[in-house]
Write a protein that binds this ligand. Structure first.
Ligand code: JHZ
Length: 408
């Protein structure tokens, strides 16, 4: 592991620490039953603000081949909400750009083909790029052509040399995952055609801070983006942030539309102005975050301990990466929560990193009927509650941990 001395975007060494989450295991390094006695790798996790370009980032860089290996357990297609969100995005872009068989759409971090399959079904050529071979194989099985590799400037150049520049590039929830922040943006600029478009989704740091979504901080996420920080980053590589939308997905995200020609719309000007108005271009904006995170930790622990002292049983829903940060930072172990359930069959039978809570299929809920269900995948709380209506009808109650622990 390396610890940065300068900003990943602008290289300034003026970094101000805003949060220390201690030493944690890797959020997606789920533990196999046969390894339960073996020590897990743990890494420090701390968040800094760049005084020059305003980018929020973690100090620690864990090598990508450790993070996104063959066993990488995240498969996008387990959420109906995400599938709907992606299909709607694709339909809009096909219609607006009048895409057809003569075009090429590339997705970086294409995972199991959850997004590109919509273009493929419409007869538009696609290429996915993803280093995690498990999800990539799933994509290929459904006909989504996929390169199992890391997306680098060299790979972008070799695709461009082969005549495979893209009309549209999607890069959802991947910008933050790449340590060479300038490298990935320059690679996007290389791969997109001069009249092409890049559509990027990132979790929005304003939502993270305002709703205390501290659990979305883990080693896979190196950067936490604002419009101000992104605009500076893109311009350095001849790309213009021309349009932007705020989305509710993943606790609040930005969808960014970039091109090689400058055509900045009011949406971008308004977003940047709003960010400046609340002070996101100063470290003051982030000053009380650590204290609010600590309050949430205290409140959640107190709630779970009170329920246990009343003889109630508690389980958790969602073996999400963010769930690992939540249970490890708050200290939610087997004395409080009996087990975790998750629909992702690749996670079932494994254990959460750190606290080692066992992961089962959601059917276990109706069999065991815990009194309370802590929703660790709170970003999909509506979907999960709808799906678990039988659990609720039988008297089960839900706990949502952010922005403030609440029983629903
Ligand atoms: P979910 C991942 O984070 C990892 P995670 C990654 N680093 C990233 O950037 C973000 O996504 C965007 C399960 N589930 O998506 C599926 C059910 O079991 O919030 C997942 O295991 N039933 C790439 O892991 C987990 O919950 C359901 O009905 O924090 C959700 O994880 C639903 C909706 C989900 O992301």
């Amino acid at each position: 592991m390396e610890s940065i001395k300068s900003c990943r975007s602008c290289a300034s060494s003026k970094l101000t620490q805003i949060l220390d989450l201690g030493v944690t295991p890797l959020a997606d390094a789920l533990v196999k039953p046969e390894n339960l006695d073996k020590p897990e790798g743990t890494y420090p996790l701390s968040v800094v603000y760049c005084e020059q370009c305003t980018l929020i980032q973690i100090r620690e860089t864990v090598p990508p081949d450790v993070l996104f290996c063959q066993d990488y357990p995240y498969y996008s297609s387990f959420s109906e909400a995400l599938l709907k969100h992606s299909a709607a995005n694709v339909a809009e872009i096909i219609a607006r750009r009048k895409l057809g068989p003569q075009h090429l759409v590339v997705e970086i971090a294409s995972n199991d083909g959850y997004l590109l399959k919509n273009y493929h079904a419409a007869g538009i050529p696609v290429l996915g790029i993803d280093p995690a071979s498990g999800p990539a194989q799933r994509a290929m099985d459904i006909g989504v052509d996929t390169l199992v590799d890391f997306f680098t400037p060299a790979l972008a150049q070799s695709l461009a040399d082969e005549g495979k520049q893209a009309d549209v590039i999607h890069a959802n929830n991947v910008l933050a995952h790449v340590a060479d922040t300038n490298g990935i943006v320059s690679a996007l600029a290389t791969l997109v055609k001069d009249d092409g478009e890049i559509v990027i989704e990132v979790p929005y740091v304003k939502d993270l801070i305002e709703h205390v979504e501290f659990d979305t901080i883990y080693h896979e996420h190196l950067c936490y983006f604002s419009g101000i920080a992104l605009d500076k980053l893109f311009r350095r590589h001849g790309l213009y942030l021309n349009d932007v939308r705020r989305l509710s997905i993943h606790g609040g995200s930005l969808r960014l539309f970039l091109g090689k020609q400058e055509a900045v719309q009011d949406s971008v000007k308004e977003l940047l102005a709003q960010e400046r108005a609340v002070g996101m271009d100063t470290s003051t904006y982030y000053e009380d975050f650590a204290q609010r995170v600590d309050q949430l930790k205290h409140d959640l622990l107190a709630l779970l301990q009170k329920l246990k002292s009343e003889g109630k049983s508690i389980a958790a829903y969602g073996a999400a990466a963010k769930g690992a940060t939540m249970i490890n930072y708050v200290g939610v172990g087997a004395e409080l929560v009996d087990f975790v359930v998750d629909r992702n069959s690749y996670k079932q039978g494994l254990h959460m990193p750190g606290q080692l809570l066992p992961i089962f299929a959601p059917e276990k809920l109706l069999e065991s009927m815990p009194d309370y269900l802590l929703i660790l995948a709170w970003n999909f709380a509506d979907e999960i509650r709808a799906q678990q209506s039988q659990y609720a009808e039988r008297g089960g109650k839900f706990i949502v941990p952010v922005p403030k622990p609440a029983i629903l």
